[in-house]
Design a protein around this ligand. Structure first.
Ligand code: GCO
Length: 445
């Protein structure tokens, strides 16, 4: 496999997000986000880890970007922290935040690295959550204001924009399952958050294009190839419903196809949140869609799971080869998903905006031997190349992630990074004695 097999226009990059890497969570005028708050509560995050320092990207962005350059990676996807730019979510702008992102963007450009910006990667300003967050329809206005500030501040320098990161995960994890910030467990809040996120996908796109027509604007979707656990009819139905929920409920409304209610009638409950004109407002012709794929899911019928009547069978229970996240290594999933989304006429181009793996690091001759991670990436890339060769619409691949980072509810227990830690971060972390450092030292010596 050679770079050139993928064609000249194919883009290569690494991805990260603000909350997971920046640290400096209340420095230089930044307001708190829902994740800063969530991590202060007991037992929400594994080992009670905190994103307060994370990779300290805020203080070390120059070194981190130099590492990207050194690796010869031409594109860097990162997100903006809404509460660093607007500490209260709306209103007062934090000029130090704008300056920080200007510095990051300028450093990328000076290094010959193209910045790809995600506007929202799950770190809602805490002040907005106090008013109901994604479950409050006011978010349509709050989000428009935030995007307007970002686009005015950075538009001359940034061509590639992504509106949301994985809306299924932040609405489902944050408002229904309660395992992600803000930790709510409410069906009604989940469905209203879902509808508002679908509307914000379009609002974000339109707001960017209005003032920056040359921008290339997409959004990102989480997805997993779904297969039934057996040949039984019940498992087949369970798999189809899970597919509708996980893989279709955010992209299809934006393509003008509405929510997949026919397949998954439970979604009809979302109707009470839909106002006149919303079906039009949701439609958007993205320049590209980002798909983020890590594994497949095997689904079985389950009487006890409310609404869905379906459950995911974890990889260890199925006794299949899996990563440390307990995600099955199943490279065909990425090919299947590219194929699925390529079928939509409204999808112009697909970029794999995340793919990667967390494994326990083994040391060989005092160096981290990255065998499993390299093999994972290689086998996934083979599937991407297969899709590309068949003429499917994929035209880019970003690895998650540049540095090991804060893996949400998993804290620092997971290692996705292609770089394990940068030297300055290590020094600073020792000084500030983040608790996670001692476990890092124990494991990696
Ligand atoms: C996601 C997020 C990332 C994760 C990564 C590994 O896909 O969940 O976009 O922030 O950290 O995917 O789980």
């Amino acid at each position: 496999m050679k770079n050139s097999d993928f064609g000249e226009s194919f883009v290569w990059g690494v991805s990260s997000s603000a909350l997971q890497t920046e640290g400096a969570f209340n420095n230089d005028g930044k307001g708190l986000s829902i994740w800063d708050e969530f991590s202060k509560k007991k037992n929400k995050i594994l080992n009670n880890d905190s994103p307060a320092i994370a990779c300290d990207f805020y203080n070390n962005y120059k070194e981190d970007i130099a590492l990207i350059k050194q690796l010869g990676i031409p594109n860097f996807r990162f997100s903006l922290s809404w509460s660093r730019i607007l500490p209260n979510g709306t209103g007062k702008i934090n000029q130090q935040g704008i300056e920080f992102y200007n510095n990051v963007i300028d450093t990328c450009i000076e290094s010959g690295i193209e910045p790809w910006i995600t506007l929202y990667h799950w770190d809602l300003p805490l002040e907005l959550e106090k008013k109901g967050g994604w479950a409050n329809r006011e978010i349509l206005k709050w989000f428009e204001e935030y995007v307007t500030v970002c686009i005015y501040s950075f538009k001359r320098k940034v061509k590639h924009w992504m509106v949301l990161n994985e809306p299924m995960v932040f609405t489902g994890g944050g408002y229904f399952l309660g395992i992600h910030a803000p930790g709510k467990k409410s069906l009604s809040k989940f469905l209203s958050a879902m509808h508002h996120a679908v509307l914000c996908q379009a609002i974000g796109y339109n707001t960017i294009k209005k003032t920056h027509s040359a921008a290339l604007v997409g959004t990102t979707f989480s997805c997993s190839y779904i297969t039934p656990n057996s040949t039984s009819k019940k498992d087949a139905i369970a798999a189809i419903k899970m597919d509708a929920l996980l893989n279709r409920s955010f992209i299809e409304p934006s393509l003008g196809l509405g929510y997949p209610m026919e397949t998954f009638p439970f979604l009809k409950k979302i109707k009470k949140h839909i106002k006149n004109g919303d079906n039009e407002l949701m439609k958007v012709e993205f320049d590209f869609i980002g798909i983020q794929n890590y594994t497949r899911e095997v689904v079985a019928h389950c009487f006890y799971i409310p609404y869905l009547k379906a459950k995911i069978i974890p990889a260890n229970k199925r006794k299949v080869y899996h990563t440390k996240m307990n995600w099955e290594v199943y490279p065909e999933s990425i090919y299947k998903m590219i194929k699925k989304y390529s079928k939509h006429n409204g999808v112009k181009k697909i970029i794999i905006t995340e793919n990667g793996a967390s494994f326990k690091d083994e040391l060989t001759n005092n160096r981290i031997d990255d065998k499993e991670r390299k093999q994972y990436i290689k086998s996934n890339l083979e599937q991407v190349l297969k899709a590309k060769t068949e003429g499917l619409k994929v035209d880019g691949y970003f690895v998650w992630s540049l540095t090991d980072n804060f893996e949400w509810a998993e804290g620092y227990s997971q290692r996705f990074g292609i770089i394990h830690i940068n030297y300055n971060t290590l020094k600073r972390t020792i000084k500030e004695s983040g608790k996670w450092y001692s476990s890092f030292i124990k494991e990696s010596s």
